[in-house]
Design a protein around this ligand. Structure first.
Ligand SMILES: [Zn+2]
Ligand SMILES: [Zn+2]
Length: 394
């Protein structure tokens, strides 16, 4: 007793059919609706249906699973999942190639932050594969019949030797290089002169889409049916993945923006009121920090609702404050004692006490990017039993 008979019905066989009966039934049906021979979308749909039925029923493990559970679990064997390496030993080379499938294509689309903020309509032309108009996607001259590929006997697959591991060469089923996995090919002399047998040509297509307010970096815009055309299958989608171009002022993460401003020591200590940026829609953003609020170097201020637009509301703008210290030249012109009276006095309790042995250290200007530059290997040991010799003998 089987759970359902839909796949058997598609092929026109009984659930008790043998593997050879299933194969015969599939071949008979495939001829009547193969997309290369019959130019009818319904036939193409039927071809896909019987192909997937055959794919499940021709494999004993997936057939068993289908008999027991129906379509929902078909295709998964009852046992633990086999990895690619193991499943290659059970590959049926007589199985016909699966029907062509059009793939979705994902293309990065660079866009300015201004366009993401304000929205924009984009129009341009793309180049894509279209079904050859001369041969209607058959790849052959008028009346030319595709012939069974001699190399793979029509299965679309051949066994190729490949190294599976050290000293282990195995035979791995791979798409047939002669017919590119299709199982059939057209004789060189009968090839369509426009597409030279490739079934498709390059064509230009005008497309347009809207970048809507509220879309962010990484957002995907799907244009159904605008992907490359593949004979015998529906064209896939062309998907544009928005990629925010680097901006001079703002960095973006999700719906939030961030920027860095430079403050003088005076501004950091005494407060300020000034325009810190021109926003993506041209507005000047003025920031006021009152006297009495001291900005610490590296301190971050958050401006609510000044980030990227959401469908309702806005993200936030993070302002990182970089405090610029005055130069040594400026300091030379100042009265040190007068400055000492103005600025806070160091807290003596926090200062380290001198130990018995005091060394006066010398300094030079540097950068933390040099931190770690002194490695062990710059230290030459003239020792034959050193660690480097031991490593090479392993
Ligand atoms: Zn052609
Ligand atoms: Zn072949």
């Amino acid at each position: 007793m089987v759970a359902e008979t839909e796949l058997y019905d598609a092929l026109g066989v009984s659930p008790n059919a043998s593997q050879s009966e299933i194969r015969k039934a599939y071949r008979k049906q495939a001829i009547t609706c193969h997309p290369d021979k019959v130019d009818d979308p319904q036939a193409s749909e039927k071809f896909q249906k019987i192909s997937s039925a055959y794919e499940i029923l021709s494999d004993e493990a997936s057939r068993e699973s289908y008999d027991a559970f129906g379509t929902k679990d078909a295709g998964q064997s009852a046992g633990p999942p086999m990895d690619d390496f193991m499943s290659s030993f059970f590959f049926d080379l007589n199985r016909p190639p699966p029907p062509p499938k059009a793939r979705d294509q994902v293309v990065d689309f660079e866009v300015s932050l201004e366009d993401l903020y304000l929205g924009k309509s984009v129009h341009f032309a793309i180049e894509k594969d279209v079904i050859c108009k001369l041969c209607s996607g058959s790849g052959g001259k008028k009346g030319a019949k595709p012939q069974k590929c001699g190399r793979c006997s029509g299965s679309g697959h051949v066994l190729l030797s490949r190294q599976l591991g050290p000293g282990l060469i195995g035979q791995i089923p791979s798409p047939c290089p002669d017919c590119e996995g299709e199982g059939t090919k057209i004789k060189d002399t009968s090839r369509c002169r426009k597409c030279e047998g490739s079934k498709t040509t390059k064509g230009k297509k005008k497309i347009s889409f809207d970048i809507k307010k509220g879309m962010v970096d990484g957002h995907k815009i799907r244009l159904q049916g605008e992907g490359d055309e593949v004979p015998g299958a529906k064209a896939g989608s062309l998907i544009f993945k928005l990629k925010a171009r680097k901006h001079d002022t703002f960095r973006v993460s999700g719906y939030d923006l961030a920027m860095t401003i430079k403050l003088t020591l005076f501004e950091a200590l005494s407060g300020f009121e000034k325009v810190i940026c021109n926003h993506l829609d041209g507005r000047s953003i003025k920031l006021s920090v009152p006297q009495g609020k001291v900005i610490q170097p590296g301190e971050t201020l958050c401006l609510r609702d000044q980030g990227m637009p959401l469908s309702r509301g806005y993200g936030d703008l993070y302002v990182q404050c970089d405090v610029e210290m005055p130069s040594g030249y400026w300091m030379k012109l100042q009265d040190r004692n007068a400055l000492a009276k103005l600025l806070p006095v160091p807290d003596e309790k926090k200062e380290l006490k001198e130990t018995e042995n005091v060394q006066n250290a010398k300094y030079e200007s540097s950068s933390m990017s040099d931190f770690g530059r002194t490695h062990a290997h710059s230290n030459d040991f003239d020792d034959d039993n050193g660690p480097s010799t031991q490593c090479t003998t392993q």
